[in-house]
Design a protein around this ligand. Structure first.
Ligand code: 5GP
Length: 145
C-alpha cells in the first residue's frame, strides 16, 4: 500500500466502525472510537480512530477530524495514565506500508511504557485475551474526565 491509494471501505477498522467485527471499546462519541489493540505492544495499548474521516494517513485527514482525534488521544492518554500508572507512554502513528502501517484507516496508538518492561514489536505481539482487554478498557474508561 502506497501513501496514495483509494480508501478500502472493508479495511479492519472500517469493519469495526460498522460493527461487522467486534472490538473492545474504551469509549466513543460522534467523532471518534477508542478501542483496545488486540495485539498489544504493552499492557493498555489503545487505538484512536476517526468515525467521520476516511483518511488513510496523516496526509489525508481533514484538520477538523484530526483535531477531534488528537483531543481524544490526549483525553484517553490521561485516563490511561491514571488507570495503569505507566512511567511513560508513546503516541505512535504509522503512514504507508514502508512506514510500518498495516491498517489503512488513520489511527493513533497510545502505548503505555514501564522502564523494566520491554515493548513488544509492532505487528509481532501475541493476540490478547478478550476478557483481559475488557478489564483494562473498563479501568481506563473509569478514569475518563
Ligand atoms: P498500524 O500498523 O496500521 O499502525 O496499526 C494497526 C494496529 O491494529 C496494530 O497495532 C494491530 O495490532 C492492530 N490490529 C490489527 N487487527 C486488529 C483487530 O482486528 N482488532 C484490533 N482491535 N486491533 C487490530
Amino acid at each position: 500500500m502506497t501513501l496514495h491509494a483509494p480508501y478500502d471501505p472493508d479495511n479492519i477498522f472500517a469493519r469495526i466502525l460498522k460493527g461487522q467485527i467486534p472490538s473492545v471499546k474504551v469509549w466513543e462519541d460522534a467523532d471518534v472510537l477508542v478501542f483496545m489493540d488486540v495485539f498489544p505492544q504493552s499492557e493498555g495499548h489503545v487505538l484512536v480512530v476517526s468515525k467521520t474521516s476516511t483518511a488513510r494517513n496523516l496526509l489525508e485527514i481533514e484538520p477538523e477530524a484530526l483535531a477531534k482525534v488528537m483531543e481524544a488521544t490526549r483525553r484517553t492518554a490521561r485516563a490511561v495514565e491514571k488507570a495503569l500508572k505507566p512511567e511513560g507512554f508513546q503516541i505512535l502513528q504509522f503512514n504507508g506500508e514502508a512506514g510500518g502501517q498495516t491498517v489503512f484507516h488513520l489511527h493513533f496508538h497510545i502505548v503505555p511504557r514501564w522502564a523494566d518492561r520491554p515493548m513488544k514489536g509492532h505487528g509481532h505481539a501475541p493476540m490478547a485475551d478478550t476478557e483481559a482487554l475488557r478489564a483494562l478498557a473498563d479501568r481506563i474508561a473509569a478514569e475518563l474526565e
